[in-house]
Design a protein around this ligand. Structure first.
Ligand SMILES: Nc1ncnc2c1ncn2[C@@H]1O[C@H](COP(=O)(O)OP(=O)(O)O)[C@@H](O)[C@H]1O
Ligand SMILES: N[C@@H](CCOP(=O)(O)O)C(=O)O
Length: 321
């Protein structure tokens, strides 16, 4: 459960006084997520999500995230809408942390995505990329290729306590991606963390996207690579090419890929697996004392990375020639 910062009822009520949301009825810490502290709040006006932004979020980036959600919602994407105070601001301070309230989305995330879920997420991702095309703000991806070596340094040789030989494998992978990371592919707003826990469904229909706190301006096809990693592997570590095909076909039905994007897919997938392996590894090795959080398993991404090391073309992910 990710609650790093506790919030007292009195301070929350005082915070809510700035909004038109009526009286606070209840507030519960949310048992999912790893990055920020999230609470489900129930007020006289309904249900909302209160987020206190923690360690990895730079407060300077918060206006980007909040404006992006507002922009995408305005373009018809179902995502949380930041709630503004009577003074018109979406960002405040609570319990010493930057804090915001967003609208509550209906639906449930899926633990074991089926082919149909992968197809839905492919389409939603393409729609997000198109809806973000005229978003005026920019945010560099701090967790793109230049950000990976510093993460590897933080883990250092302690990586080998998680899996023997892992430190050396990471070093090898960094050398490959740093030498050949593609430049010049189409860029725009990407979600960068569109994992199954950040996508809601009602039945088999996608009902909303959440957690835009890694969103940034980067290579659009890298976002597809993140999704192929997060959605299309089976629990035994094998890649399900039927899921990959479904995700890619529905993406391409909305936004066709260029030849250069297709050719870059194996390397982008390899980089995306390394990125999540590294952040998971650092989190695994550095759980803050007393935090109510279950760190995610880095080994899952080591297995995925091993698959990508042997992938030779976009066909390995289900794209037709
Ligand atoms: N707008 C929302 N509507 C409904 N539930 C939400 C919303 N935002 C977050 N949640 C719930 O909170 C959990 C954690 O949110 P998330 O943004 O993924 O946190 P973190 O950034 O800390 O990983 C989600 O899995 C979901 O259950
Ligand atoms: N999706 C990342 C971790 C970030 O967690 P989230 O709850 O904000 O999606 C991972 O699985 O490593």
């Amino acid at each position: 459960m990710a609650v790093y910062t506790e919030v007292g009822t009195e301070e929350l009520s005082a915070f809510l006084d700035h909004y038109d949301l009526g009286e606070l009825l209840s507030c519960k810490g949310i048992a999912e997520g790893v990055e920020n502290s999230n609470f489900l709040i129930h007020t006289a006006a309904g249900h909302y999500i209160l987020t206190l932004y923690e360690k990895r979020v730079d407060p300077a980036d918060l206006p980007f995230f909040l404006a992006l959600m507002e922009h995408l919602a305005g373009r018809g994407l179902i995502c949380p809408l930041p709630v503004k105070t009577r003074a018109g601001t979406a960002l405040g301070t609570l319990a010493g942390r930057p804090a915001a309230i967003v609208t509550f989305l209906d639906g449930m995330s899926v633990r074991q995505p089926a082919v149909t879920h992968c197809a839905e997420v492919g389409e939603a991702l393409a729609r997000l990329h198109l809806a973000g095309a005229d978003f005026a703000r920019q945010r560099a991806n701090a967790l793109s290729v230049a950000g990976w070596r510093p993460l590897a340094k933080r883990a250092g040789h302690r990586a080998d306590t998680v899996a023997p030989g892992l430190a050396a494998l990471i070093e090898e992978e960094l050398a490959v991606v740093e030498a050949s990371w593609p430049n010049g592919l189409p860029e725009g707003v990407i979600h960068a963390d569109l994992f199954p826990d950040n996508v809601f469904f009602l039945g088999n229909r996608l009902s909303g996207l959440i957690d835009f706190y890694f969103a940034c301006t980067d290579t659009l096809a890298y976002d597809i690579a993140v999704c192929l990693n997060a959605w299309c592997f089976e629990p035994d570590g094998s890649f399900n090419v039927t899921k990959g095909r479904a995700l890619l076909q529905r993406y391409e039905a909305v936004r066709p890929l260029s030849e250069a994007e297709r050719a870059a897919l194996p390397l982008l997938c390899r980089g995306a697996a390394l990125r999540f392996l590294l952040t998971r590894l650092v989190d695994w090795l550095n759980v803050p004392p007393g935090a109510l959080v279950r760190p995610k398993n880095p080994i899952e991404y080591l297995k995925k990375l091993r698959f990508h090391r042997y992938a030779s073309s976009a066909r390995d992910y289900g794209l037709a020639a």
